[in-house]
Design a binder for this molecule. Structure first.
Ligand SMILES: NC(=O)c1ccc[n+]([C@@H]2O[C@H](COP(=O)([O-])OP(=O)(O)OC[C@H]3O[C@@H](n4cnc5c(N)ncnc54)[C@H](OP(=O)(O)O)[C@@H]3O)[C@@H](O)[C@H]2O)c1
Length: 260
């Protein structure tokens, strides 16, 4: 290993780390899981659909990575608790938890009913909270941990029927700050990645309108919409030793969407 390789490795290598990535079978979570695995972590993907999970894990294993999956519904508290136990049983207690699983149901505010509110809060906010409660204290006891949440620009502004979704994401960034307050002194950081508009299955309906997609790209400073791979570097940074002094923060990975 050259001295450059050794230096980069001391900052960013995830060798020896175990990571659990919810939503790791699709979109942003899938790209993050791939990035963490390629940086050396043993990765457990958590989502519902088995075919997508198996395909993602198989692709990583074929690439020389160590990856496994757990199929679970994070939409109920019992489901989250069960998922956490099964995920931890694969490679042991995680050092890194990425909460990317999320839903955006987008009813107009007038039609936002209890069921949509509850479903949104369960997956987008309660699951990251419960997983943090399950894994955070152990990370603190071991002296190292990384909690990485995936929020949204809708935590910061109303945009395309923000409804319950924007509320859940605003609270998620507050959750990261609460976790940072609780555990940072014991080596556990908690941060949030904030995407702008990213081309994933989540917003397939919006993508059906090319004029809308082009207008959103124009709103960025970079001049294009996001793709899942845009999150790879930021995720490795927030999961690695390099970010030890970064905690409670919201890191916008949005091509400059939010700064004008
Ligand atoms: N795309 C964007 O423009 C954008 C912008 C801002 C924020 N975000 C956020 O980024 C995160 C990832 O979204 P994405 O765009 O990558 O969407 P995506 O491709 O639809 O991925 C969502 C992931 O969450 C999983 N998931 C959803 N409900 C679940 C449940 N009840 N239990 C377990 N897993 C569940 C899905 O798998 P299964 O369906 O198989 O369960 C899938 O793996 C979300 O938190 C989203 O809010 C996205």
């Amino acid at each position: 290993m050259t001295s450059t390789d050794a230096y980069l490795s001391s900052l960013f290598s995830l060798g020896g780390r175990v990571a659990v990535v919810t939503g790791g079978s699709s979109g942003i979570g899938r790209a993050i899981a791939g990035a963490l695995a390629r940086a050396g972590a043993r990765v457990v993907l958590v989502a519902r659909r088995e075919a997508e999970l198996a395909a993602t894990a198989a692709e990583l294993v074929a690439d020389g990575c160590t990856a496994a999956w757990v199929s679970a519904d994070l939409g109920t508290r019992a489901g989250v608790r069960d998922a956490a136990e099964r995920a931890a049983a694969v490679y042991g207690e995680p050092d890194v938890l990425v909460s990317s699983a999320g839903i955006n149901l987008r009813p107009p505010m007038d039609d936002l009913d209890d069921a949509t509110w509850d479903a949104t809060m369960a997956v987008n906010l309660e699951a990251p909270f419960l997983l943090g409660q399950r894994f955070g204290p152990g990370m603190a006891e071991r002296g190292f941990g990384r909690l990485v949440h995936v929020s949204s620009q809708q935590a910061h502004r109303a945009f395309v029927t923000s409804g319950a979704y924007g509320v859940s994401k605003g609270a998620l960034e507050s959750l990261a700050r609460s976790q940072a307050e609780a555990w940072s002194a014991r080596g556990v950081t908690a941060n949030t990645l904030v995407p702008g508009f990213v081309l994933t299955p989540l917003n397939a309906r919006l993508q059906a309108d090319p004029a809308r997609v082009a207008a959103l790209a124009d709103r960025t400073l970079v001049g294009r919409n996001g793709v899942p791979g845009d999150f790879a570097g930021a995720a490795v940074f927030l999961a690695s030793a390099a970010s030890a002094y970064v905690t409670g923060q919201s890191l916008f990975v949005d091509g400059g969407f939010s700064v004008h």
